[in-house]
Ligand binder design. Structure first.
Ligand code: UFG
Length: 325
């Protein structure tokens, strides 16, 4: 069984690739290396440098490896950038992804697909926790492009029998046990690594985006899910499809929220240094609270997040920061 992992040098993609390889699956990792720093692939996995939208390359890989499964992690992920450059987001997250599937189909393959989707498909919550049937009203081209690919996957199932699971990630964080593999976004925009860097004096004080949200301490609440739990849920989703499970869209979170201030406090405890910070205006596109409803992940995949202790998550993330220059 050979699995194509796209975006395999990215944060989630690399953790998925290592996890699958550790379980004995054959992995081909495809990555365009858009981030200047890349995560390594495990020994034995084939690393291919290229774009998922490169039909010639994908056709060659399809002919050689006859992929049974695809984990499609490649994509652009920044909400703010997507507002300024929607062309890039639609190109990468929809057009190139569509070309990937079409090229595989043209090669006679009908792989099972696990797709990296996002909680950003929901937009402003009208009820919490967010169950998967909550209205999808994305507030950014990022969320909209991910939702559009979910819709494409539904149509491809209907017409071509291509089954898929779209995993709607909440806030991925932490680090897995794989050497050299960590969160390496450039630029880094995520709270946990930025707060750690601020505590370590590797950057200036952290701007807390909004202290006047309608939450208990006035800061935004998010559902922080450990990347190792994320890697595991991809394996579960592949197994679910292999066992004949119908296409599904499934939240991937813990079901519990933490405020920005709670994250800063955890970083303070773990590093032994308080996080220099100041209150700043709200960030465009943010919402007060995002917490996953996790019933479907449990019932369909038999999965729930296990690494939910915030201090332990920060401890792992801190190990990852130590790997960076
Ligand atoms: N935050 C700050 N200061 C910072 C960075 C973040 O206060 O310097 C706050 C944000 O306002 C937010 C929280 O910390 O309230 C978490 O922010 P992140 O940028 O770490 O994560 P987001 O919740 O904005 O986004 C994440 C993923 C997206 C995904 C989204 C879905 O990165 O890809 O969750 O909810 F779309």
């Amino acid at each position: 069984m050979t699995t194509l992992v796209t975006g395999a040098s990215g944060y989630v993609g690399a953790h998925v690739a290592w996890h699958l390889q550790a379980l004995g699956e054959r992995v081909v990792g495809l990555d365009a290396w858009l981030n200047r720093t890349q995560n390594p692939l495990p020994e034995g996995a084939l690393a291919v440098h290229g774009d998922v939208g490169d039909a010639e390359l994908v056709a060659q890989l399809a002919a050689r490896h006859r992929f049974d499964q695809v984990v499609h992690c490649a994509g652009l992920i920044q909400v703010g950038e997507s507002v300024r450059h929607p062309d890039r987001y639609w190109d990468t997250n929809l057009v190139a992804a569509k070309r990937l599937l079409d090229t595989l189909r043209a090669a006679g393959l009908s792989p099972r697909v696990v797709f990296s989707s996002t909680a950003a498909v929901y937009g402003e919550p009208s009820r919490l926790p967010l169950d998967e049937d909550h209205p999808r009203l994305p507030q950014s081209p990022y969320g909209a492009s991910k939702l559009a690919f979910e819709a494409l996957l539904a149509d491809y199932d209907q017409a071509y029998g291509l089954r898929s699971v779209s995993l709607r990630y909440f806030n991925a964080c932490g680090k897995g046990p794989y050497p050299g593999v960590c969160e390496r976004h450039e630029p880094e925009t995520h709270l946990v690594p930025l707060a750690i860097d601020a505590a370590l004096g590797r950057r200036g004080p952290l701007a807390v985006f909004g202290a006047d949200w309608p939450t208990p301490d006035g800061t935004c609440v998010r559902d922080y899910v450990h990347v190792t739990d994320l890697a595991e849920v991809h394996h579960r989703a592949l197994a679910y499809l292999r066992d004949g499970g119908p296409s599904a869209r499934i939240n991937v979170g813990t079901g519990h929220g933490h405020s920005v201030r709670e994250v800063l406090a955890a970083v303070g405890r773990v590093t032994g240094r308080s996080v220099p910070h100041h209150d700043a205006p709200r960030r465009e596109g943010d919402v007060a609270v995002l917490v996953a409803g996790v019933t479907r992940a449990r019932s369909a995949l038999g999965w729930e997040a296990r690494r939910t202790d915030l201090d332990a998550i920060v401890r792992d993330a801190l190990e990852g920061r130590a790997l960076l220059p």
